[in-house]
Design a protein around this ligand. Structure first.
Ligand code: 5GP
Length: 186
């Protein structure tokens, strides 16, 4: 981190690409990287913590944050709202810290338009079969939502070419290492 300002690093991955495990590896291998904590109207999953994994808010609270211009971008994903708070990012970047944004493809487009210097990485599952398996094994996703997430994930795969880099998650540690080498050489 020799630059005066940190960089924005967008990571998008279709639901079921195994992003959570890769990010855990990334945190372990590079503890100095910072992560943007998004606001969302979806319910917490078991083990998720308010303020750590997401800022969990009601739809009314989300709208109020949006109206105050607090988001760098916001999107609807599978019927829920998600937004990237602007001020922590500006602070991190100003401190010279590289900051990861884990956001879906429509939000990523908006961030790239506003911040053309942002580095963008697409994390993909090794196959559609593996994507289905991972989505199904996440026992916390109800049946109808599984179908919607699978549909969305397949559409999201089409956006892979919009990203500067694509990383295949065949193994989480290897994928995390590859992301680190991309960050280091960019
Ligand atoms: P999940 O509900 O599985 O945690 O996240 C669903 C999708 O929303 C994922 O693709 C995740 O990367 C994306 N997401 C999380 N936070 C944000 C955000 O602030 N903005 C946008 N556009 N997408 C987000």
């Amino acid at each position: 981190m020799s630059d005066a300002r940190g960089r924005l690093i967008i990571i998008s991955a279709p639901s079921g690409a195994g992003k959570g495990t890769v990010i855990r590896e990334l945190r372990r291998l590079r503890p100095e990287l910072r992560y943007s904590v998004s606001a969302t109207t979806r319910a917490p999953r078991p083990g998720e913590e308010h303020g750590v994994d997401y800022i969990f808010v009601t739809p009314e609270e989300f709208e109020a944050m949006e109206a105050r211009g607090e988001f760098l971008e916001s999107e609807t994903y599978v019927g829920r709202r998600y937004g990237t708070p602007r001020s922590p990012i500006e602070r991190n970047i100003g401190d010279g810290a590289d900051t990861i944004l884990e956001i879906e493809v429509k939000g990523a487009r908006k961030v790239r338009a506003k911040k053309p210097d942002a580095l963008s990485i697409f994390l993909a599952p090794p196959s559609e079969q593996e994507l289905r398996r991972r989505l199904r094994d996440r026992g916390t996703t109800p049946g109808e939502e599984f179908e919607r997430r699978l549909d969305t994930a397949k559409k999201e795969m089409e956006a892979i070419g919009e990203y500067e880099y694509a990383v295949i998650n065949d193994d989480p540690e290897r994928a995390a290492q590859e992301i680190i080498s991309i960050i280091d050489r960019s």
